[in-house]
Design a protein around this ligand. Sequence first.
Ligand SMILES: [Zn+2]
Length: 67
Amino acid sequence: MIRDNAFICPRCHHAAEYPGASRATDGRDIEICGPCCNDEAVREARGLPVQKMADWPVPSDWNRDAE
Ligand SMILES: [Zn+2]
């Protein structure tokens, strides 16, 4: 469900709530959705690279449950 305070996440292009700061920029000044934040956190924890903004939108198959 999309509520009035929802926005379109620039990273996955899903409508989302509970945005957080993306790790893709040094200043962490880009807001992305909760699932994307979680994905980036998991990648970071595993030592994997976080997709840069140039690679957005990221493939959404990891994010199917968010629809
Ligand atoms: Zn997202």
